[in-house]
Write a new protein. Sequence first.
Length: 483
Amino acid sequence: MSETQKVTDRPSAAPPAAGGLDRYFRISERGSSFGREIRGGLATFFTMAYILVLNPIILGSAKDKFGHQLDTGQLVTATALVACVMTVIMGVGGNLPLAIAAGLGLNAVVAFQLAPLMSWADAMGLVVIEGVVICVLVLTGLREAIMNAIPQQLKQAIGVGIGLFIAFIGFVDAGFVSRIPDAANTTVPVQLGAVGRLTGWPVLVFCLGVLLTIALVARRVKGAILISIVTMTAVAIVINALADVKSWGLTTPKVPDTIVASPDFGLVGHFSLFGAFGETGALTVVLLVFTLILSDFFDAMGTIVGISAEAGLLDEQGQVPGIGRVLFIDGAAAIAGGVGSASSNTAYIESAAGVGEGARTGLANLVTGGLFGLALFLTPLLTIVPLQAAAPALIAVGFLMMTHVKHIEWDRYEIAIPAFLTIATMPFTYSITDGIGAGFLSYVVVKTVLGKAKEVNWLLWGVSALFLVYFAIDPVEQLLGVK
């Protein structure tokens, strides 16, 4: 946990107990308060509310093998419903400020890798199978054992890498950084703004938001992140009304014509557990499920460790409290995502925004989950926050998580090299899973060449072998005749 975070979010003395709710969530024990938990829950929701727009866009833009597309309205309902239920369950059962929603990257796998090979129901059935397998791994203790086998400094590197990753997400989502089209014939992958310089009102909103956020954080203002999000959303609404703005991206900041919209639950329960086997064959199904499991397994693991570390909740051995329950709920979220046709749900790194506001318990999840529940009926109202107003929170939290880098022994190459590769690979590949894989593989290799192979936990050997297959999946599929 960063020094800035300690000063900003930890009171000098725990507040007095406030009854059963305080005792259940251990609010006072963790040095938090009801106000902080509420602010944290609000900040997390507004930072990740984009998923209500983005998940339907990703899933709705693809067609299955038979040319069918999913209904956007039904996808919004499914996305909000599963996020609401599983976020609340994580709060009550796991007691961590860790929100859950449809996983980005995982939904792309479902939309563009699974659906073209089968029906949507079959694809969602594979998501359910993935979740079941993950839950079995949790019940056998294997998933927790793998987390415990990771060296403490490598866990800290995962947190730092996630900090850089979410800061990069903030820059990209806001349009401050954009991908250079391949047609540019340049080796430079990204650039400032859309054309090599900053243009347009939306980017100005983001820049002002970053300045406002860091100013409030530096001044140690309570509610700094949430204040920034609300303020810049209001500014964006005014700008949108007065200026000629071509596009804000996914969310346009304007007062909606209607506030209430009826949810459509038509996609809930629309899945087939074994239909994919008949459409594509057992071998292909196994490889597809393996890809889903590996991505979900380690993406969630990195997020859980990173968020818990930033909240100061890891014990002296660097373990997450109640990790067994937390991991099982995360696996159940994948099942719920498949059942609801919302794609695999998982822990969200944007929960760091709530932690930045002081959230330390599952009570914050009740706020976040409650807002997702309201989104079932108030989607037009709750999705007016543009990414440009929410993204500055990711920059600020990225800084806070980056401070963990001081705990890594950079003069010990056996840990420094894997730590560096973990940190660098996450933002450069836009994937937490890839960063963890690079760190694990390099850790095993470096330990081996230094004659310290016996110091590597046998589970890390097994996981590293799986990551080797993961990174080499294309030639493996060719050798097996899948492609």
